[in-house]
Design a protein around this ligand. Structure first.
Ligand code: ADP
Length: 259
């Protein structure tokens, strides 16, 4: 708690009154700490690819350029790191837009079945490369929802994208749509690497990753699930994750049905 005092005095200089303002600053301090942590995380996330790019470029300049095979390999690392940095910047922009523009979203009736289809089309090349199978079952009467189409697509892309990223070759992804108490329930399961129990409560935090090196290597920014959660909650929905380490993961999204 922080207290501020103000005194009232009369002409003779005697104190005739006092105003005391007591503020609870725990919340302010918490916000300030979170802000600092966020800035530190962002700086770190941006510095890492820059360091890699720089050291690979230097090695090339110092002579590795003459070896064609090494040059190819180094240049592809440079491109991959640059791509990740640009994804990071788009995710950060997305987060800041989420903070300020929620009231400007255009909500319209949308079909999650159609969005899932579009997302799978976007991921088709990777799905094929990894020889994965995607199963879909949508219950009869699976409802439409009211939402901002692009934002909801972003959520589904992040979640199915994770299922693809964190599942080894030959894996399976199951997508199920059902309805419950006037809500659309969409669950996305994979039989991938899973998440250890102790990490599970933290995966929706900004920049939290179970395995930093693996996520980076796969091009992750650590922001996908926190963006998803913000968007879903702004649509009065919920998103939960359940997982068994080494067995697989299920993300369940529920949203109010548009009836
Ligand atoms: P990232 O860009 O690292 O994928 P996310 O915010 O999307 O960031 O996810 C946070 C972390 O949660 C990931 O780094 C990963 O460790 C874990 N994770 C998310 N989805 C899955 C999944 N389907 N299977 C296993 N781990 C997952």
């Amino acid at each position: 708690l922080r207290a501020h005092f103000a005194y009232f005095k009369n002409e003779k200089g005697n104190i005739t009154g006092v105003v005391i303002v007591i503020r609870d600053i725990t919340e302010e301090e918490k916000l300030e700490r979170m802000r600092k942590e966020f800035v530190a995380n962002v700086s770190h996330e941006i510095k890492t690819p820059i360091t890699t790019i720089k050291s690979y470029a230097e090695t090339l300049m110092e002579g590795a350029l003459s070896d064609r095979e090494i040059s190819q390999r180094f240049l592809s690392v440079i491109i991959k790191e640059a791509d990740r940095m640009s994804r990071l910047v788009s995710d950060l922009l997305q987060l800041s837009r989420l903070d300020y523009q929620k009231n400007r979203w255009v909500k319209e009736p949308i079909s999650l079945v159609k969005i899932v289809e579009d997302v799978i089309t976007k991921l088709a090349v990777t799905i094929k490369q990894k020889n994965m199978e995607v199963y879909q079952t949508f219950e009869d009467g699976f409802p439409m929802i009211l939402g901002d189409r692009d934002r909801i697509e972003q959520v589904i892309l992040n979640v199915i994208g994770n299922a693809v990223k964190y599942t080894p070759e030959g894996g399976r992804i199951g997508i199920k749509g059902s309805s419950e108490n006037r809500r659309a329930v969409l669950s996305i399961s994979d039989n991938g690497i899973g998440i250890p129990k102790e990490d599970l409560p933290r995966v929706f935090e900004r920049f939290y990753r179970v395995d930093k090196a693996r996520s980076r290597d796969l091009g992750g920014t650590g922001l996908g699930l926190s963006i998803a959660k913000q968007i879903i909650e702004a649509h009065d929905g919920t998103i939960v994750i359940d997982s068994r380490y080494g067995e697989g993961t299920t993300v369940t999204i529920t949203l109010p049905a548009y009836l």
